[in-house]
Design a protein around this ligand. Structure first.
Ligand SMILES: NC(=O)c1ccc[n+]([C@@H]2O[C@H](COP(=O)([O-])OP(=O)(O)OC[C@H]3O[C@@H](n4cnc5c(N)ncnc54)[C@H](OP(=O)(O)O)[C@@H]3O)[C@@H](O)[C@H]2O)c1
Length: 281
């Protein structure tokens, strides 16, 4: 099956980012590398990893197993809170490249702002300098609230290319997406299928899926895409991976989009991880 590819998205640094990624949380070791390689073979051109997922080695292995040319696949990783100090950030990225067997990451993000540590600006500056050295192509952040985004942009003069945030129908984040649009930041959605809350089983989503003749996950991923958001669905199954990628050939109406957005609720985060107070190391 050949899947029509969604058009890439232009980042504020001029590079192109694929419009959908494979999430890789919990894909580790041999089985993880095999699952990721299957995804690349089925057409994924963006993978989302992180230092704390302990799978950067498997990401590099998956690329090699897939046989895809390095330049055809964009690979992402993220800096954990424990390495926000400038010198720590530098060697942490160097080490993650060595583990993956790569000479650069296409996108590298500060994973959480950890505001009580007060070091996220320093961490971001380190990523900007690593970009100058060619070890990273694009620099971004994750879980940054508006004040954190403004702080890094003001201090470094560099607007993050991407902010990866929790975003799914139960937590649609409309205001944050609008701020990103104004600042020139691309929004990536983590847990785009609301993993823990299983939005694919929601009656509204199931009704819509019947209406458009698509799988529930495809309807949700299409909703992300039509909002200009890059979703990162994770699946270990080659069948679900392929299905999740296959969202180019149908469109949701404004009314269908609104019905999905109406599932949102103020406390819709799946684990209550508010970046103002929740921190990861
Ligand atoms: N920046 C951050 O702080 C942060 C936090 C969390 C996650 N992330 C990133 O975001 C990625 C995605 O988030 P996530 O893994 O939490 O959750 P998710 O992608 O919303 O959901 C994944 C779950 O949905 C299932 N699934 C996938 N496709 C499906 C389909 N077509 N039909 C039914 N079920 C389906 C998967 O099971 P199977 O594997 O069995 O298909 C898995 O249990 C992560 O892998 C990670 O890369 C980032």
């Amino acid at each position: 099956m050949t899947t029509t590819r969604l058009p890439d998205i232009r980042l504020n640094d001029g590079t192109l980012l694929p419009a959908i990624a494979l999430g890789t949380y919990n894909l580790r070791g041999r089985a993880g590398a095999d699952a990721m390689a299957a995804a690349i073979r089925s057409g994924y051109r963006l993978l989302d990893s992180a230092f704390i997922y302990e799978n950067e080695g498997a990401v590099g292995e998956a690329l090699r197993l897939s046989g895809a040319p390095r330049d055809d696949v964009a690979l992402t990783s993220k800096l954990p809170g424990r390495y926000h100090r400038y010198d720590d950030a530098v060697w942490a990225v160097e080490e993650s490249l060595m583990r993956a067997g790569l000479d650069h990451w296409d996108l590298y993000l500060v994973h959480w702002p950890n505001p009580s540590q007060g070091l996220y600006v320093e961490a971001f500056q380190a990523l900007v300098d690593l970009r100058e050295r060619g070890l990273i192509r694009s620099v971004g952040v994750s879980n940054f609230l508006p004040e954190h985004l403004r702080a890094v942009a003001d201090a470094t003069g560099v607007v993050p290319a991407v902010n990866q945030i929790e975003l799914h129908p139960y937590f649609p984040q409309s205001e944050q997406i609008e701020l990103h649009r104004k600042m020139g930041v691309v929004t990536e959605a983590w847990s785009p299928l609301a993993r823990k809350l299983r939005v694919v089983d929601d009656p509204t989503i199931r009704d819509l899926a019947d209406e458009v003749g698509r799988a529930p996950a495809q309807v949700v991923l299409r909703w992300h895409y039509q909002r200009g958001v890059v979703p990162l669905p994770k699946s270990a199954s080659p069948e679900r991976q392929a299905s999740n990628l296959d969202i180019a050939d149908f469109e949701l109406t404004d009314d269908q989009m609104a019905r999905i957005s109406s599932l949102g609720r103020p406390d819709g985060r799946q684990n209550g991880q508010d970046p103002a107070v929740y921190e990861e190391f």
